[in-house]
Design a protein around this ligand. Structure first.
Ligand SMILES: Nc1nc2c(c(=O)[nH]1)N[C@H]1C(S)=C(S)[C@@H](COP(=O)(O)O)O[C@H]1N2
Ligand SMILES: [Mo]
Length: 429
């Protein structure tokens, strides 16, 4: 299904953008006439259009910027490097390296050949029975190899839409991807060293350095409960899409624990710790990758002890074709497709709406190629008349939990925004 339809030329995109708007801005007192003038067309389902959010046609603000090895990613920060992928560049079923978002908390290691040749992975910690180190070669030869497509999504993906705003990288929708990874099961390595009965958490340390330059400080060191570490889909990998891991994505070794905030998937993996307590490394404690245990009002101050660690990510979907803002003739069906995922669970159904959520139609959805891979949906949509439309997508997981149409619970650091994705379509007579 990759790029079934060629990308429309940019001159066919919605051209009338009277003023630059961010996704966080709101249409103030959006009188209908004003709305139509703003998008340059009539809005056939205007009666259903919510009063708050601005039409997505006006919100498309991504300016492409290229970094080495990356194709069209938008750079949010260059120290450390953080870059996200515009939705229409995530159309591949298997995310290529050139289109996988980058999220670095520190400075990636500079790896001379020698460092790679001597790379070793230490496994120890209070609850490790037989601490030891493995060379890359030992990992490859001693354990069975597995290749799985696993989704990684930054816990802060969607942060830019929260209000009051949360500090941190202002991710829109592009801190997600689903490459195919090759390596060994974390479980097999853990069984090799042996877990004491009091083992609670499995954590990582990487070879990247703290932004301060202090060699005694790690930029990040997170982990997962033992039950997640022992899942068949928690891998220690050296390859992505059949190639050695790119440097930005953790070469020569990383963890991938699909379906959880990608911050648990440690890059430049040097050490695995089997802990007898909830891991307490940098970005495990305080407010990092935590949300209020009980819902709070937007802007509330929440004490550290009232924050709970994020585990499985929520159900979500992304429309990856067509690109938001396209023009489309009214007498032809529009092919729409994208991906949906649901943390530790499966996606049960995906529905699309062209009338601002007043009515929904279930569309074709494929099962995942393996557990914790994203799923693909596709539909041909007809439009009743010319005008401005938005296509909204809503996924529901195997527990019956659906994406919200508006922002989900505000939280101090802006995590877990799984609100419905929407694209603008200008339907022409
Ligand atoms: N060693 C190390 N591992 C890390 C990070 C990091 O900064 N250092 N960032 C984490 C975060 S917050 C995310 S979202 C993912 C991003 O993975 P990617 O850059 O390969 O897309 O890596 C995780 N693993
Ligand atoms: Mo992240």
């Amino acid at each position: 299904m990759t790029q079934r339809f060629p990308d429309r030329k940019s001159d066919a995109e919605v051209s009338s953008r009277p003023e630059r708007a961010t996704r966080r801005s709101f249409l103030k007192g959006a009188a209908l006439t004003g709305l139509s003038a703003a998008v340059g067309a009539t809005v056939p389902f205007a009666r259903f259009m919510p009063a708050g959010p601005i039409p997505v046609a006006l919100a498309d603000s991504a300016d492409a910027f290229t970094i080495e090895g990356k194709d069209g990613l938008v750079v949010l920060n260059d120290r450390p490097i953080n870059a996200e992928t515009p939705a229409h560049l995530l159309n591949d079923e298997v995310t290529p390296a050139s289109r996988l978002f980058v999220r670095n908390n520190g400075i990636p290691p500079r790896l001379e050949e020698e460092a790679v040749a001597n790379w070793s992975l230490t496994v120890d910690g209070e609850s490790c029975l037989r601490p030891r180190a493995y060379t890359l070669r030992e990992l490859r030869t001693r354990f069975e190899q597995h290749t799985l497509q696993l989704l990684i999504e930054c816990g802060g993906n969607g942060r830019s839409e929260f209000h009051p705003p949360a500090r941190g990288n202002q991710w829109t929708t592009g801190a997600v991807g689903c490459p195919e990874w090759t390596g060994v099961r974390l479980k097999d390595v853990l069984e090799d060293v042996g877990l004491r009965d009091d083992a609670v958490y499995v954590a990582y340390e990487g070879a990247d350095t703290h932004l301060s330059g202090d060699p005694n400080k790690l930029p990040i060191s997170r982990g997962v409960p033992v039950r997640k570490a022992l899942e068949n889909e928690s891998l220690i990998v050296w390859a992505m899409n059949g190639e050695p891991l790119p440097l930005l994505h953790g070469f020569p070794l990383r963890l991938v624990c699909g379906g959880w905030p990608a911050s648990v998937s440690g890059k430049w993996l040097e050490r695995i710790l089997i802990r007898d307590r909830v891991h307490d490394g940098p970005k495990m404690t305080g407010q990092s990758y935590r949300v209020p245990c009980e819902p709070v009002a937007p802007g509330a101050a929440v004490a550290d002890e009232d924050m709970c660690i994020i585990e499985s990510m929520p159900v979500k979907s992304l429309i990856t074709f067509p690109k938001s803002g396209i023009r489309h003739p009214v007498d032809e069906p529009l092919a729409v497709n994208g991906h949906a995922w649901a943390g530790d669970f499966e996606v049960d159904r995906v529905e699309l709406s062209i009338d601002f959520g007043a009515t929904w139609n279930e569309v074709a959805l494929r099962p995942p190629v393996n557990r914790l891979a994203w799923q693909h949906f596709a539909a041909d949509i007809g439009f009743p008349e010319a005008g401005y439309y938005e296509v909204w997508a809503r996924a529901t997981d195997s527990n019956g939990v659906a994406q919200p149409m508006v922002l989900p619970g505000w939280n101090p650091r802006g995590y877990l925004n799984n609100a419905c994705h929407r694209i603008a379509v200008m339907v022409t007579a």
